[in-house]
Design a protein around this ligand. Structure first.
Ligand code: ADP
Ligand code: MG
Length: 510
């Protein structure tokens, strides 16, 4: 068998960690080959080696059967390898064409000919069904479009092998659907693709084969036609994975959070939450389902004191906390796993240990008489790291160096450890792999079973249905229906989320 890519026995060491330990990856011409592994397994490292960004300590690479040394991305380009990175590398005030030819300008008599380049880009865009306007400015186009510009950039440089590093992580469901069409089109036109993703559904839908890596080691390659999501998940995490969160029926008690007739404006000062009512009781998980942008973020910001309430009220354990400062709300018993873990969850340059005491450092036992006890900080951090399975070399490692899943576990550890009466979890598993997702879901249910009120916000309907006891559907800033999670399905929720009215079987007090 002739392979377009052969990476044989690749080893790559970073200070303190073997990111790739004797991994072999072989890609056939015209296939979509998935690279699957938990956060931190070594996927990006392996692909950065293929793209010439890192040099391996050991192993050999063959492209189209020929041994090569890929010493830089330029060499990779010359070998027909292109990469679409997780974070795009585009100049925002340049046009699509200017971005694509940047560093690769076609010259006519020493002059750059933009029009020729634009025509070429238009042709490529049509050939691969990308629908990109060569003259549009990057700042005016959507994230999905920007990703297509990155794809065009590789095609313009003559890529035959395209590497996609978690391309769906930044896309909406509709954009994901379109990207999958584009990937299929690319292989139809003879390209070969390596696709990094956590999403088992996407792999099952679009890939031919899948290579699994676990903690830096190659586990093997399977044919998608002969496998299923369950098996892939188990190969990835090395143990049985449960997709269904085990939980008994909720035993709801007294009201913890009560919101009535709440009105909150968005950043442009237009109403985003428009007279919303919601109750969350001790011992239950209430999920909020809704299409992105229907007031979810503003609602959470209002509850946590990050955004001003225009009118209406928020009470916590019968105390009116409307427009209290965040610190006071936190101390009144609210834990918050924020949507944007980098902006609101962690101080990336602080150690993971310091991050775990962000809200309690000024109080005993961490501080006494105003003096911070570093011994106590790290003792506490160590215990939490153990208890929440945060994979980090030590408690002194900067938060920035941890993978997304482990950063998230650290935030959850901190928030749960404060023992709040109300735990708000916003997109708690976004971008995480199935092992980490399962862990986090179990922690949320555990909190519920301890009698905490849990408010879960997620754009993933699977997650909402699986974890919640009751589901409140938000549409245009209002709760338009409340359903019992055990008695609903994606269709019913989808209808409510689109502004449809509640069916007869739906009971608002479910
Ligand atoms: N430039 C780097 N320096 C030091 N460690 C790194 C570097 N890049 C990645 N790592 C570490 O190598 C491991 C694999 O990372 P990565 O390849 O990014 O994983 P994945 O893409 O599968 O999530 C992780 O433990 C990560 O912290
Ligand atoms: Mg990665």
């Amino acid at each position: 068998m002739e392979y377009v890519i052969e990476m044989n026995n690749i080893t790559k060491v970073f200070p303190g960690i073997k990111a790739n330990d004797n991994i072999t990856l072989r890609v056939q011409k015209g296939e979509i080959h998935a690279l699957l592994g938990e956060n931190g397994a070594g996927k990006s490292t392996l692909m950065n080696i293929l793209f010439g960004l890192y040099q391996p300590e050991e192993g050999e690479i063959k492209i189209q059967g020929k041994p090569v040394k890929i010493t830089s991305p330029n060499v990779a380009n010359e070998l027909g390898i292109g990469m679409v990175h997780q974070h795009f590398m585009l100049v925002h005030n340049f046009t699509v064409t200017e971005n694509i030819i940047l560093g690769n300008e076609p010259k006519k008599g020493g002059k750059i000919n933009i029009e020729d380049a634009a025509a070429e880009i238009k042709k490529l865009s049509e050939q691969y069904g990308l629908a990109v306007d060569p003259h549009a400015k990057i700042e005016d186009i959507s994230v999905g479009m920007q990703q297509r510009v990155e794809i065009l950039k590789t095609l313009y440089r003559g890529a035959e092998i395209l590497i996609f590093d978690e391309p769906t992580a930044v896309l909406t469901p509709q954009e994901i659907h379109e990207l999958i069409g584009i990937l299929k089109r690319l292989v139809q036109e003879g390209k070969s693709i390596v696709l990094i993703t956590h999403k088992l559904k996407e792999i099952m839908e679009v890939c031919d084969r899948c290579t699994i890596i676990r903690k830096g080691k190659g586990i093997g390659t399977v044919d998608i036609a002969t496998t299923n999501e369950q098996q892939l998940a188990e190969l990835m995490v090395g143990r049985e994975v449960s997709f269904k969160t085990e939980k008994s029926d909720a035993q709801p008690q007294q009201n913890v959070l009560q919101i009535s007739n709440l009105i909150v404006n968005d950043s442009r000062n237009l109403p985003a939450v428009k007279g919303l009512d919601l109750t969350v009781r001790a011992g239950e998980i209430v999920g909020i389902a809704g299409v992105d942008g229907n007031g979810q973020s503003e609602l959470i910001e209002a509850i946590t004191g990050l955004r001003k309430v225009e009118s209406g009220s928020i009470t916590l354990n019968d105390k009116d906390v409307t427009n209290w400062p965040t610190r006071r709300i936190t101390e009144e018993g609210v834990g918050h796993i924020p949507e944007d873990r980098h902006k609101h969850g962690l101080v990336l340059d602080f150690s993971i240990g310091d991050n775990m005491v962000l809200q309690t450092y000024h109080k005993p036992p961490i501080s006494s008489k105003g003096i911070l006890n570093f011994g106590k900080v790290y003792e506490k951090a160590k215990a939490l790291i153990q208890q929440f399975d945060v994979r980090t070399p030590s408690e002194h490692t900067p938060a920035r160096a941890l993978s997304g899943g482990n950063q998230q576990k650290a935030i959850i550890a901190r928030e749960v450890d404060r023992d709040p009466d109300l735990l708000i979890a916003a997109q708690p598993t976004r971008g995480l792999d199935v092992g980490a997702i399962e862990f986090i879901h179990r922690k949320l249910v555990e909190q519920r079973d301890k009698g905490k009120a849990v408010l879960l916000l997620s754009l993933e309907l699977d997650e909402i249905i699986n974890v919640s006891d009751r589901i409140a559907v938000i549409y245009e800033g209002q709760i338009v229906g409340i359903v019992n999670a055990k008695e609903t399905n994606e269709q019913e929720l989808g209808l409510l989320m689109a502004g449809g009215t509640q069916g007869e079987k739906v009971n608002t007090n479910a």
